[in-house]
Design a binder for this molecule. Structure first.
Ligand code: NAP
Length: 479
């Protein structure tokens, strides 16, 4: 049903995500006139606040987390905010929440920014208090479960109250401009698509590297690990967007249909096609940092690094490995996709002892959003000692190419789409379940083979076995 909500109900309104991302995003959208002028925002959490004290709380968050030049109309934004204390486990508390929300004229969008263990009781409370009607849509933060079974439980609980076209599962990577730009790169240009297949691409690399360690996420992270925290959602979204067939239209059904087909083509990963690691004490940017077990205060079998050689078993990608790696306490914070093309089939320069390197397209997602295509060029000179060739980069820095438009954080886009009801950048149930299906098989294989994470020094690119995983195929990780 199409409507633009005139009330946003935010669960977890005092949490870290609300302070760092959600409130600043909503304030920025308000300042730019992008959300309806009459949109009310009702926050809720257990903390005992009223409208006034929540507005003070929100002001402090905005002052801390929002750049000064984006704080326009902050006072006006704060006036939109209301607050109702509630324990999501207490169904009786929802009546007061419903009274606070009132009867929105056009519709209600709800955002659950709480632990997933609260989703079921929250939905029960919404139903009991009449807050799950026809003109209500619901956004769910990750993680959606810890495996296929728990993900199904959550999805079933949500589906009992909301139909799929009113459920918005968040993967904030999809809100990133460069991630959406992958679709433009592939499907708004003629030059890549004819080459975007096994005949012309040798392999693909996807790296999501973090320099941070546990960062206060102790309880959550140790129960999750790199595979479930990063690969199951963000990295599989990137892989799907790289590998999908061209959708017929830019709409939520066409795009998500194509993405889910890719996920279903993922081959079961063989035991020697994954490497896991856990960081030990080392240094990041010259500063000493403790090991994972020191930060945690105990031994743990949780992986803080994983590398996978994945295969998409379909016609387009037959024989093209997708090397994925992600980890904490790696030397730099970088998210990038590297498309490595094949060598030219016959080099006319071979007789001149000049080597041609394969072309490579690097799609930088963070911290910099850029595209770099490496092309072979002749080194200038008279070539008395033979022709010399060298790869030269064709660089497009998105910040320079699009200096005008405001740079928006991912949650601005996602919150606006939740308010307006566009599901294109949200994850459909079949996608999330296909992701878990593949991830569960990897975890089962680790358990079966007694795989333990290999130690790596903080500040390195993970265990040496991860380098070997690629090198035994003659592939070097892009660094
Ligand atoms: P958080 O800082 O722990 O905040 C949790 C929020 O839920 C608080 O507002 C808390 O307030 C509220 N809450 C806890 N128990 C409650 C209950 N029984 N009833 C009602 N409200 C309750 O967590 P967060 O970092 O904001 O993350 C929220 C969700 O987003 C989590 O699922 C997390 O995995 C996910 N996420 C977070 C990030 C991030 O960067 N932080 C990124 C991606 C995904 P009270 O204690 O006052 O009730």
């Amino acid at each position: 049903m199409s409507f633009t909500a005139d009330c946003l109900l935010l669960f977890g309104a005092t949490g870290d995500l609300a302070q760092r991302m959600l409130l600043p995003s909503l304030c920025a959208l308000g300042a730019d006139g992008l959300i309806p002028p009459d949109l009310r925002i009702v926050g809720t959490a257990r903390q005992d606040l009223d409208d006034h004290s929540y507005r003070n709380f929100a002001r402090a968050a905005l002052e801390k987390y929002m750049p000064a030049d984006r704080r326009g109309a902050m006072a006006e934004f704060l006036n939109r905010l209301h607050y109702q204390p509630l324990d999501a486990n207490e169904t009786a508390h929802f009546a007061l929440l419903a009274a606070k929300v009132g009867t929105p004229q056009h519709g209600l969008s709800i955002f659950l920014s709480t632990a997933p263990s609260l989703f079921e009781p929250t939905i029960a409370g919404l139903v009991a208090s009449g807050l799950a009607g026809e003109k209500v849509r619901i956004g769910l933060e990750k993680p959606l479960g810890t495996d296929l079974e728990t993900s199904r439980q959550i999805n079933d609980a949500v589906a009992r109250a909301f139909p799929e076209d009113r459920i918005f599962r968040i993967d904030h990577y999809l809100g990133k401009e460069t991630v959406q730009n992958l679709l433009a790169l592939r499907f708004a240009n003629i030059m890549f698509e004819p080459l975007w297949n096994a005949a012309h691409i040798d392999h693909v690399q996807i790296t999501v590297a973090e320099t941070v360690g546990l960062e206060g996420r102790v309880g959550f992270y140790d129960g999750a690990g790199a595979l479930r925290d990063m690969v199951q959602n963000h990295m599989l979204q990137l892989l799907s967007l790289v590998a999908m067939e061209p959708p017929a239209h830019y709409d939520s059904t066409s795009i998500r249909d194509e993405k889910v087909k890719v996920l279903r083509c993922l081959r079961l990963v063989a035991p020697d096609e994954t490497v896991t690691g856990q960081y030990r004490a080392g240094a990041i940017a010259g500063q000493p940092v403790p090991g994972y077990d020191d930060e945690l205060g105990k031994d743990s079998g949780t992986e803080t690094f994983v590398a996978i050689k994945a295969h998409v078993d379909n016609w387009r990608w037959k024989g093209v490995p997708f090397y994925l790696r992600t980890g904490k306490r790696l030397p730099e914070r970088v998210t990038e996709i590297v498309i490595n093309f094949r060598r030219v089939p016959h080099s006319i320069f071979a007789s001149k002892a000049a080597r041609t390197e394969p072309n490579r397209l690097v799609i930088g997602i963070q911290p910099e959003e850029n595209l770099t295509l490496s092309l072979m060029a002749k080194v200038p000179g008279l070539d008395r000692d033979g022709i010399r060739l060298r790869p030269v980069p064709l660089d497009i820095a998105m910040d320079d190419a699009f200096a005008g438009p405001t740079k928006r954080i991912a949650y601005e886009r996602l919150l606006l789409d939740l308010i307006e009801g566009d599901q294109t950048l949200f994850v459909r149930r079949d996608e999330v379940e296909a992701q878990w299906d593949w991830i569960d098989a990897i975890r089962a294989s680790w358990a079966e083979h007694g795989l333990r994470p290999k130690p790596y020094t903080a500040g390195s690119w993970g265990p040496s076995a991860a380098i070997a995983l690629a090198e035994r195929d003659g592939v070097t990780w892009h660094e």
